[in-house]
Ligand binder design. Structure first.
Ligand SMILES: [Fe+2]
Length: 326
């Protein structure tokens, strides 16, 4: 199916992705991974939750870790432009027959809880507690020196349908992968904030979260993280990379947290703010699509993902296979 024309005047305005809440089974183990190893800064911690932010972020959190018995994803959260946009968002979701309700979230103002067409739990808010800047507190930098959350990537059973839904919400396609045989989308990258993506969709059993990505200053930070992880007991947590993506042109590394939630370390994609930006098309069988240097991703990368709380997982409609490492 063709890429839909961008909706430049959506019913409500999303600024950007904001944060993810992950349910983890051992809070101390997750703290060692996200704070001590990756270098995210803890902004609040109690018996059941840890809130973290990255170095450039003024908002209170980009990641919430919540203790639970089963690893899963509680919610993906987005920031909107104003309180009025929240009311408009509630109307928009309800008009589509998707339940939307107000919920209380610490360190945030009014928060709207809803879901997309396949049951992916979503929250929208305008106001979050603002913290003092720390981007020039260089004594605090460690690990991979994460600067900000960059994007989510989700498995979906129907990429065309997910793209149509988020396109109506104002997300714009920057790059996409088409299956040449069926002409269906196999993957798509969509943005609000002017980078390659705030959210991407990958064909597969869904809905599930494929990964959450954090932006770092340079590829050298990724090399430093590999040296650190490989000598501090995290060797088995390194899944794919380092490398340069064909799609997005970003430098990348994929690692798994102690519960198997996938995290991408990501830097240097490109600006996409022009409203008439032409999306870049890739063929599913192009060996430079996944990695510019040609190395294919391992099978786990196409099969492993995190379950969303309360969402029923379905097999993908499209059966086309990408190139998988032997
Ligand atoms: Fe990614």
């Amino acid at each position: 199916m063709p890429i839909p024309a961008p909706n430049l005047y959506p019913s409500f305005n999303v600024v950007r992705l904001s944060h993810v809440e992950l349910v983890v089974t051992d809070l101390a183990r997750s703290r060692a991974f996200y704070a001590d190893t990756l270098g995210l800064q803890i902004t609040h911690a109690d018996e059941d939750t840890i809130h973290l932010r990255a170095m450039e972020e003024r908002g209170h959190h980009c990641l919430v870790l919540r203790k639970g018995t089963e690893a899963k994803v509680e919610v993906l959260s987005m920031k909107v432009y104003s309180e009025e946009d929240l009311d408009k968002a509630k109307d928009w979701f309800e008009a589509k027959g998707l339940a939307a309700r107000w919920v209380e979230r610490p360190f945030q103002g009014r928060t709207l809880r809803t879901q997309d067409i396949f049951g992916t739990p979503l929250e929208f808010y305008f106001k979050m507690d603002r913290l003092a800047p720390i981007h020039q507190k260089y004594a605090l930098y460690h690990g991979v020196k994460p600067l900000r959350i960059d994007h989510f990537n989700c498995f979906t059973k129907d990429v065309d349908a997910s793209v149509a839904f988020y396109n109506e919400m104002g997300f714009r396609v920057t790059e996409y992968t088409e299956d040449e045989e069926s002409k269906r989308l196999w993957a798509a990258w969509m943005h609000r904030k002017g980078g390659v993506h705030d959210i991407a969709f990958t064909n597969g059993r869904g809905p599930r979260l494929h990964h959450t990505a954090f932006w770092v200053p340079t590829p050298l930070n990724i090399i430093d993280l590999l040296d650190l992880m490989s000598t501090t007991g995290y060797l088995a947590n390194i899944e794919r990379g380092p490398g340069r993506h064909g799609i997005s042109n970003a430098f990348f590394l994929y690692v798994l947290d102690p519960d198997g939630h996938r995290i991408e370390i990501y830097c240097s994609d490109y600006q996409t703010v022009d409203p008439d930006l032409e999306p870049i098309k890739w063929d599913l069988k192009d060996p430079q699509r996944q990695t510019l240097w040609g190395a294919p991703a391992p099978r786990s990368w196409f099969e492993h993902g995190s379950l969303f709380n309360g969402a029923e997982v379905c097999e993908p409609i499209l059966k086309a296979q990408p190139i998988i490492a032997p």
